[in-house]
Design a protein around this ligand. Structure first.
Ligand SMILES: [Zn+2]
Length: 340
């Protein structure tokens, strides 16, 4: 099969890779209908995350079940499925408490690589959620968004306790930040402040439910949030970047007693204890337990209540994946969808 392999920073190739096979009786093989490039794929692409050897890429996927292992009981060939970037059994104590991204048997899908024609999905019964029937083609991008960016933005908004009566600020205007805006809207937030200076992203933030846009960042961004919230800071802040600047900005934008959800993959961030101590802010974040939200998100998408697929502003055949990485790296595209 064809699949994306990152050989070195900036060196994305689509090459022949071995067809995946059932290894464990709990595995399924899917034919990938759509995959995409993640903001987190840009860390190794830019050389910020070290690469020891050529690595298969991709952890977001939707597709059709081709084959299931002998112990898979809830899925059958022909079903259209959505899964998250962590394969999880969905039965251990951590999964049952809603933290499937820390499942005691978890497998990181990025190590298998879903930017490919086929993918092996470990722990298929726990990992995959089937859609009701085959979805209309125009729903596929939104279902793919549910696999990571929507589920991650959703977790960020839930962790920040976005809801009725709340003012929510979102730091980061990538696909996850934009999906956090959408999530905050769905969760009933009263006011949603999107922080972005990039015109197409500002437009999409408004479409997804932002009520206010802030262009300033850093200390000026914090000052602007304070100004918009009577000097107090937002009740709920979602951090969707993962840098020192964005984390600091997010904490300082949250009012005492407020909640901050951080879902940007953290890189070289260190937080001073005294600032945390005096902030009185609730912090919760990490790799999103997307699996927890999948049934609800699939319902909202299939009933056409939400359209998170709008974050894909570039669609390319799998063989041109390198162009997708480049466009996202240069911020010419919010998110690139790849069709095998
Ligand atoms: Zn588990």
């Amino acid at each position: 099969m064809r699949g994306v392999v990152l050989h070195a920073p900036g060196d994305v190739r689509v090459e022949d890779r071995p067809d995946p096979k059932i290894i464990e009786p709990t595995d399924a093989i899917i034919r990938v209908s759509a995959a995409c490039v993640c903001g987190s794929d840009l860390w190794p692409y830019r050389g910020i995350e070290k690469l020891d050897r050529p690595a298969p890429m991709g952890h977001e996927y939707v597709g059709v079940v081709e084959e299931v292992g002998s112990q898979v009981t809830t899925l059958k060939p022909g079903q259209f499925v959505v899964g998250s970037f962590w394969a999880s059994d969905n039965t251990c104590e951590i999964c049952r408490s809603g933290y499937q991204s820390a499942c005691i048997h978890r497998v990181l899908m990025g190590t298998l690589g879903t930017q490919a024609e086929y993918a092996r999905i470990p722990l298929a019964d726990g990992t995959l959620v089937a859609t009701p029937g085959l979805p209309d083609a125009d729903l596929v991008p939104s279902l793919l968004a549910a696999s990571d960016v929507l589920g991650t933005g959703w977790f960020g908004a839930v962790a920040a306790q976005a809801g009725p009566g709340k003012t929510v600020a979102v730091v980061g205007d990538g696909a996850v930040g934009l999906c956090a805006v959408l999530a905050a809207k769905q969760l009933g937030a009263e006011r949603i402040i999107a922080m972005s200076r990039h015109e197409p992203r500002r437009q999409l933030a408004l479409e997804f439910g932002a009520t206010d846009l802030v262009t300033e960042r850093g200390d000026e961004g914090v000052a602007r949030i304070k100004e918009l919230t009577g000097g107090l800071g937002a009740h709920s802040v979602v951090e969707a970047v993962g840098t020192q600047e964005s984390m600091t900005q997010a904490i300082r934008s949250t009012r005492p007693g407020g909640h901050m959800g951080f879902v940007g993959v953290s890189h070289d961030v260190s937080l001073p204890g005294d600032e945390l101590f005096f902030s009185l802010v609730h912090l919760h974040g990490g790799p999103a337990p997307v699996r927890q939200y999948l049934p609800e998100l699939i319902d909202l998408i299939v009933s056409r209540e939400i359209d998170p697929g709008k974050v894909f502003d570039l669609t390319l055949p799998l063989d041109r994946a390198a162009e997708g990485y480049q466009a996202m790296d240069e911020r010419r595209a919010i998110k690139a969808l790849l069709t095998p």
